[in-house]
Every structure is written in structure tokens, then in C-alpha cells.
Write a protein that binds this ligand. Sequence first.
Ligand SMILES: [Zn+2]
Length: 423
Amino acid sequence: MIYDIAIKGVEIITEKTNEFYNIGILGDKISYIGQEEINGTKILNGINHIAVPGMVNAHTHAAMTLLRSYADDMVLMDWLENKIWPVEALMTKDDIYWGTMLAVVEMLKSGTTAFADMYADMDKVAEVVEETGMRASLSRGLIGTVPDADKKLQENIQLFKDWNGKANGRISVMMGPHAPYTCPPSYLKKVIAAAGNLGSEIHMHLAETEGEVNNCLKETGLTPIALMDKLGMFEIGTLAAHCVHVTDDDMKIIAKKHVRVVHNPQSNLKLASGIAPIPAMLEKGITVALGTDGTSSNNNLDMLEEARLAAFIHKNQTNDPTVIPATTAFKMATSNGAKALGFDSLGQIKVGLKADIVLYDMNKPYWYPRYDRTSLFIYAANASDADTVLIDGKIVMEKGELLTIDIEKVYAEANKCALRLTK
Ligand SMILES: [Zn+2]
């Protein structure tokens, strides 16, 4: 048997022992993990490397890389209305393309192999995902209060028709109503109906700030979670970003309706939105994934930082160092993320699953000694240790070199777009 790719002598994240494995990949799948000698058309030397499932960034706005460091240290609504939205209104398809390219470079170089994106001109994002070999769930950000709100909904429907399941299933499409404060119930009903017709799911910001919850209560008598439940959104599947300000009843609905929650600790901290009750959600069996949110509310797309932060914040919030151990933070960044995006055949290094694998270079001081590899990965490693990246059985980065992207061109073009947008 000759595998398409054979990774030799690699360590595996979940193993605590000092054992070395060979991983055989056939097509887009992991076909062998073990210690027998194997052969491959392409051999990757795994010595002093650890194989980790690619991390999943379950909530972001990739092209916002163009706004990185443009407006920081502001209150959410002031920041959106006076800084972010005016520049976003000027963005062209080209800006979206290069901004997303920059984000994909950053994600690949930090070990992220899939992301859930919500933005405008998503056909350009889909092109980037297809060209680079990335994996993503895409949704067109929808604002229900603008005059062309129905046209935007049509764009999201078209995006689904054009791209859902494309690139060997690396691309899926969801509907992207932005938030309760930008999408009134009458508009949400149309989005939910359209999603139901297509068989698509929904990706939405929910219960991000206290102000959002209070306004929703004042206007509808319901919390954002209870309102979406009443509108029937959760029957068709929902990826809910934030869920910072949720009640016990909200959490019961989230658990019962299998809403997948995306925790964005860094974004919530930076915008002073509050801290989501993640340990309580995990206890209720809710799937909690991790996301970076856009690079303007967060500044980078480093998922390892999110995982570490998630563990640290909640230990302190609950005054309990056993809450969100490294293994849980790891699951949130990998398998929970895959589940949250609806990609159920990835998120672990396991025979039969998709070969979305990152090899991290362990030849660094903080990777010694090696008592517990999950602990080292979550608490000590650097995302930039990501050295070789496989997605869908294809090598997209080898020894730090991106094989599908001209990185210098991406830096130059993204910079040019940003300067034009903000001049
Ligand atoms: Zn967001």
C-alpha cells in the first residue's frame, strides 16, 4: 500500500507517552495511524513535530483584517457606527478578496484550517477559500433595516446556490442575519423562511452586550434567545456568536434546540462586552466552539490565544482552576468547532476522518519536557509553531512555506486596499 501522503515519526496530541506514529493519507482522508512502517508518494518527516487537528475559527469576519488597528479602544455602537460601518460601506469586491486572503495567510500560519465567516461580497470569500485550499462556512451578513435588505437576502440565497458543498465539500453556506439590533423580527421571519426552503442553517450574533438584551426586552418583551426561539430560528440550526448575556432559561433553550455557541473571549474582553457563562453552558451539554471575531475587535486570528484565554478567564470567573481544563479548551478549538460549523467528519486525528492536520515544530524550549502534550499545546505553545498544514488531504503549507498563496503579493495588495479605504 502506497499512501498519497505518509507522515513519519510524528507525535500525536492526545498521547501522553513518548511514542511516535506514522500517519497515512489517501485522498482527503486519514487512512492509517500506527507504528508500522508505511510508504507514501509524498513523505513528510514528522520527527520532533506533533500532529494536531486543524483548529476551527467558528466566528470571524475575515476581510476585517483591512481594519486591523484602525479604530481601537471604543464602545461597540460608537465603534461600529462612526468608524467601522462608514469604511465598510466603501469596500469593493477587490478589498474583500485581498482582506480575506490576508486573513487566510494568518489562519494557515497559526494552525487554523477552517473558519465561519460573515461579511459582504461573500462570493469573493468563496473564491479565496477555493483557491487557497481552506475550509469554510460562509454567510452573507444581513442587515434588515437598510433599504436594500431584501436584495442582500437574495445575495445570501444565491451564495448558497452557487457555493454550498463546493470545492469537494470544503465550502458550506449559512444565512447571516447580523444581530437582533440590526434585524427586526419581520425581516428575520423572511431569513428563516428562506433558510428553511434551502435547507441552510443560520449564523448570527446573539446576546453580545447587555444593551442589546435590554433593548430587545424593551421592544419585544423577550430576550434575544427567547425571541429567536419564538421566531422558529432554532428549528433549522443556528451558530450563535457570543451569547455573553444569557439567562438560565436562555441556556435551557440553547441546550434543548442544539444551538451551537461560539465563545469569542478576546473580542468580548476588548470591547468590554462581558464574560459568557461558558462553564454553565458546557455543563448543560451545549456545544461551545471558539472564535476570534473580526480582526478589528480582536486584532489577530490566533485561535491558540483564544483557547488559552478561554481556560484562564473562566478559571478566574469561577474561582476554580479545574474549570475548562486544557483538554476542554482543546476540544473547543478543534472538534467542537468542526461540529459547530456542521463539518462532522473532521476535528480529530482519527482514521476515516478528513485529513485536516497541522504539524507543529516542537523544537522549541517551551515544548520541553513533555509530560502532557495537550497541556503544552494549550498553555505553552505558540501558534506560529505551525509548520506544515494539510487540508482535505492536500498540503497547503510545508515547512512554513504557503504553497497556494503568493504571500508578498497578499501583503502588498491588502495594504494598498487599506490605505485607499481609510485615506
Ligand atoms: Zn462578529
